[in-house]
Design a protein around this ligand. Structure first.
Ligand code: HAM
Length: 432
């Protein structure tokens, strides 16, 4: 019996029919990122597991139970990256980028061992940005504005932006203590995870999804009452800039984020269509992280989102992604001589960025012309024995069915009839 192989649970294949949508969304993200001055950075898919333990935090769910940790042949511990911020910060510090790059963007697979469900995978694809060197509240607002701009550009409307301040690094212990005191009254009702969190990470009690914990969280001390003056002013000013940029938001003091490195502004964009996994985008400030990873004290802020949840939101809002362009030309040849000539023409057309299809396995002209119609090509270019004798090829519009003869060596005329090529209409522009 043949052995059967299946996808690992929580993963999926991106099939060719879906790849157009992926390409479109990725390209849109990169374009918006470059509009805001971000340049791509690519880091490895695995890093020393210590990097995440130190940054995302020992007590976070990600490190405690979701990391794909493994030992290499020399016994060193690595982890498949569960997120992109820590690797980017590692690279920023290691490459001494402080002077040159302040704005970087990235895309790629991340890995978290969680229970798979709609919008939650074990391998998922994040896009994100990280902004280093500015502690100005405008930078917070600008980073949020870029996230919103991206979603808008995709045509999404049914999302909402929620912001919060988790306070300065100094003010956090005061709030954590208030939470500990409040929750100590409820130890008999909390879920086992939350019971542990009272000691290790009390702010995470606020976003537990278990119903009884949620009820208890309703009356918990509110973080905004524990902000020091600096944090209050920072948060207030971020809101003023958001207002100035006409970006709608609500303040949600329960946004604490699941990663330990945040301070001051934290935000989430909640979409439609993802069920309980509804955060399209999450981000915030992490002023202490660069120093923690061995760099100089550097304020920083960023966000990341998962492509899968974007697709779910787009589907929920009936947003179609642009279709992959159809070929410009379907080349149909008949006979050996025409095939040899046709291959030369095929190469020439492609060298001029003209999307040309040639199916070497179809020998009859009838089958080729049928396939030409099916392919959605704008034109068929037909060369048979008769055409060769007359020194011409026939360019036939598959829309109007009208046709014209063009001399066999006159590719310029073919190009002229076609006008703008369908596949890369802005190719030349992109190159310059
Ligand atoms: P995060 O909130 O853990 O933040 O993840 C950001 C986004 O990644 C989520 O809002 C969601 O869209 C997507 N995501 C997370 N886990 C999964 C999953 N299992 N399946 C599908 N999608 C998922 C971070 O990762 C931070 N590094 C964001 C950041 C960047 N903060 C500052 N800079």
């Amino acid at each position: 019996m043949k052995e059967k192989f299946n996808l690992p649970r929580g993963t999926y294949d991106i099939l060719p029919e879906d790849s157009g949508a992926w390409e479109y969304v990725q390209r849109t993200f990169m374009r918006i990122a470059s509009l805001y001055g971000y340049q791509p950075i690519v880091t490895p898919i695995f890093e020393s597991s210590n990097l995440f333990e130190r940054s995302v935090g020992d007590s976070s769910d990600i490190v405690r139970k979701e990391m794909y940790r493994f030992q290499d042949r020399k016994g060193r511990w690595f982890a498949l990256r569960p997120e992109g911020t820590a690797p980017v910060v590692r690279s920023y510090v290691e490459n001494g980028m402080g002077q040159s790059f302040q704005r970087v963007c990235y895309m790629g697979p991340m890995f978290r061992y969680d229970r798979p469900q709609k919008g939650r995978y074990r391998q998922f694809y994040q896009y994100g940005i990280e902004n280093f060197g500015s502690n100005h509240p405008f930078t917070d607002a600008e980073v949020i504005a870029m996230a919103v701009h991206f979603l808008k550009t995709l045509g999404l409307r049914g999302y909402r932006l929620e912001i919060n301040s988790v306070g300065s690094i100094e003010s956090m212990p005061v709030y954590d203590q208030a939470l500990r005191e409040y929750y100590s009254e409820y130890t008999d009702q909390l879920c086992p995870d939350c019971l542990q969190r009272i000691e290790t990470n009390p702010r995470r009690l606020l976003d537990c999804k278990v119903e009884t914990c949620r009820k208890i969280a309703e009356d918990a001390p509110v973080i905004l009452d524990y902000l020091d003056q600096e944090s209050k002013e920072h948060f207030q000013t971020v809101q003023e800039y958001l207002d100035l940029m006409k970006i709608s938001y609500t303040v949600n003091p329960k946004i604490v984020r699941g990663l330990d490195y945040y301070c001051h502004t934290a935000f989430e964009i909640i979409g439609s269509g993802q069920g309980t996994q509804d955060a399209l985008i999450g981000g915030g400030r992490y002023n202490g992280l660069v120093e923690q990873i061995g760099g100089r004290e550097t304020p920083a802020i960023g966000f990341a989102g998962g492509f899968e949840r974007l697709f779910l939101a787009m589907k929920a809002e009936n947003i179609d992604v642009p279709q992959a362009p159809a070929p410009d030309i379907y080349l149909a040849v008949m006979g050996k001589e025409a095939t040899i000539l046709g291959i030369g023409i095929l190469c020439e057309l492609r060298s001029r960025n003209i999307f040309t299809v040639f199916d070497v396995d179809k020998s009859s002209l009838k089958a080729q012309l049928k396939a030409a119609d099916k392919s959605g090509a704008r034109y068929a270019l037909i060369i048979g024995d008769d055409e060769i004798r007359r020194g011409i090829m026939v360019l036939k519009s598959l829309e109007t069915r009208s046709q014209q003869d063009i001399a066999l060596d006159d590719i310029n005329s073919v190009e002229q009839v076609l006008g703008t090529p369908s596949l890369f209409p802005d190719w030349q522009q992109e190159l310059t």
